[in-house]
Design a protein around this ligand. Sequence first.
Ligand SMILES: [Zn+2]
Ligand SMILES: [Zn+2]
Length: 154
Amino acid sequence: MNIIECPHCYTRVAARSDDSCPACQQNTIETSGADRSKTQTSVPVQSALPPVCCQCGVSTHRYVEVSATVAGNAPSPLARFVTFLLMVSIVGFFLFEKESRGFQRRRDRLRVRMPQCDVCAQNGPPVLEYVDSENYRMTFVVDRAFKDAIVSVA
Ligand SMILES: [Zn+2]
Ligand SMILES: [Zn+2]
């Protein structure tokens, strides 16, 4: 199976046998009308990103915070509280510090500061496509120049 980036919705997909995209139903071979200056990329949360607008590629020093609450398989606050109580009563104080650090890592609010120029800001903040809560990465559709700038920094 061939994984490609759909030229229309920038999702990484396995195209159907008729070359249509399972995410947006458009033809992945037909690229007319597609904006090839855009691509999808994921950035590690709380990383320092290059001063390049993520949406048009111009140099900018304006940053906008994008945050997400991790949903889905994350345990509910009540479940986590009960687990916490159990942990504390079972393992006792000698492990408490270690555990509390573990709980901090499981915080469910992820944020990243995305560079965005004033012009693009008029169309609203960068749209978060996808959150990878396992690897602490957030995925956006971005300008290729921004992606290139990240790669050159890394
Ligand atoms: Zn698509
Ligand atoms: Zn811009």
